[in-house]
Design a protein around this ligand. Structure first.
Ligand code: S3P
Length: 441
């Protein structure tokens, strides 16, 4: 247990079903970006539905540390007194970004354009995550960002460098890298373009436009020109489809379930989980589809059904990148074999999600075999047992839902980081019918 000082342990009793109508917390990706762009805008930005989780709060604190006046969050409402693109102040100490890879990677781009030096640090997990994917293109722009010899945090960003526009072909499909480069591009002396090998979440592009900053998108390429400004706006953050996923999978696998998840973001770059679950035979319907502040949302109704194993189409991988731990639970409850390939990125998330999930599934008696870039899972019966989340929020919540179909209780260790993305998970899951308890072990 290296990731948090406390071992928060979940014990989940088997059986049960998920019913009712509920709203999961705000989208993490959009919450981060609302603080970043709101801080750099001119005027006062009002955010509602903000995720009050540790990751987005780390971003909020970082901007407070750089002199931005931010009120809240109170009930998901945040008021940001923007300081303009050149109004940030040097922080008194290193920015502590906790568990949050998104904060560190996006900020590395933004910080490269500032007049002052910044150091960024993170927790044990973040301190092992690859940062060369951002420092290499930033160096091409003329930035100076130092990592450890292993290419990991802490990051030391030199201020006062003139950045130059580049055209960058991303080797990995990563929205964090794309966003980092585009944000650095706001401070460059010429146009900056990023081309992605496969579609990834486009919240940065959409939100820049929402703040009145032009972004040119042509196929797989997004470009920004320098010299623009961000104008304060209002942002209604939809519920996070990545958090909704645990309930979607839980309802899909447990007989008698019927759940409605309200106001969920269904941006086309995020709906791989819906596509994949439907290919497996899940019963998911979208209602009340509408657009809020440039992002599509809907109410999702999920009813229990019979799932079948599939070969997951590789083009769905970047569209469901955070949803695989939960999808592996669906696969374990399906009839037949599920094969995932082309997902080596899962090995460098908050944990090695391929290995940690394979280990936990095997512990529960499932035939699961990790491969270098994916996993092969034979659907069948889930037993009871104790698994370790390795401090990874999404692993903890995935195994909690697995109990709905398990032969006995499931104990999950090292769950404190559920608070990074889903504060209130235990209470909300219990209200929906999961027999879950949480304690400090
Ligand atoms: C995110 C992008 C994804 C995702 C992460 C959030 C973002 O990472 O896994 O949870 O907000 O841009 P990559 O872009 O590295 O795949």
């Amino acid at each position: 247990m290296t990731h948090s000082s406390k071992n928060i342990q979940f014990v989940v009793q088997p059986d049960g079903k998920l019913t009712g109508t509920l709203r999961v917390p705000g989208d993490k990706s959009i919450s981060h970006r609302s603080i970043m762009l709101g801080s750099l805008a001119e005027g006062v930005t009002e955010v509602s539905g903000f995720l009050e989780g540790e990751d987005s709060l780390a971003t909020l604190q970082a901007f407070r540390d750089m002199g931005v006046r931010i009120e809240g969050p109170i009930g998901g409402r945040v008021t940001i007194h923007g300081v303009g693109l050149h109004g940030l102040k040097p922080p008194a100490k290193a920015l502590d970004l906790g568990n949050s890879g998104t904060s560190m990677r996006l900020l590395s781009g933004l910080m490269s354009g500032q007049a002052f030096d910044v150091e960024m640090v993170g927790d044990a997990s973040l301190s092992t995550r690859p940062m060369k994917r951002v420092t290499v293109p930033l160096a091409q722009m003329g930035a100076e960002v130092a990592t450890t010899a292993a290419g990991t945090p802490p990051l030391k960003v030199k201020g006062g460098r003139q950045l130059h526009g580049i055209s960058y072909q991303m080797p990995v499909a990563s929205a964090q890298v794309k966003s980092c480069i585009l944000l650095a591009g706001l401070y460059a002396d010429s146009a900056t373009c990023v081309t992605e090998p496969a579609p990834t979440r486009d919240h940065t592009e959409r939100m820049l436009k929402g703040f009145g900053y032009p972004v040119r998108v042509d196929g797989a390429t997004a470009c920004v020109e320098p010299g623009g400004k961000l104008t304060a706006t209002t942002i209604d953050v939809p519920a996070d489809i990545s958090s909704a996923t645990f309930f979607m999978v839980g309802a899909a696998i447990s007989e008698g379930s019927d759940i409605t998840l309200q106001h969920v973001g269904i941006n086309p770059t995020r709906i791989g989980v819906i596509n994949i679950l439907r290919l497996m035979g899940a019963d998911i319907t979208l209602g009340n589809e509408r657009e809020v502040g440039g992002e599509p949302v809907a109410d999702l109704r999920v009813r229990a059904g019979k799932l079948r194993g599939i070969r997951i189409p590789e083009e769905q991988v970047p569209l469901a990148i955070d949803e695989f731990p939960a999808l592996f639970i669906a696969a374990a409850c399906a009839e037949g074999e599920t094969v995932l390939t082309g997902a080596e990125e899962l090995r460098v998330k908050e944990s090695d999600r391929i290995q940690v999930m394979a280990d936990g599934l095997v512990e529960l008696g499932v035939d699961a075999r990790a491969t270098p870039d994916g996993i092969v899972i034979q659907g069948g019966a889930l037993g009871s047992g104790a698994v370790n989340s390795h401090g990874d929020h999404r692993i903890a919540m995935s195994f909690a839902m697995a109990a709905l179909r398990a032969g006995g209780p499931i104990t999950i260790n090292d769950c404190a980081n559920v608070n990074t993305s889903f504060p209130g998970f235990v209470a909300l899951a219990a209200a929906a019918g999961l027999q879950i308890s949480s304690s400090e072990a």
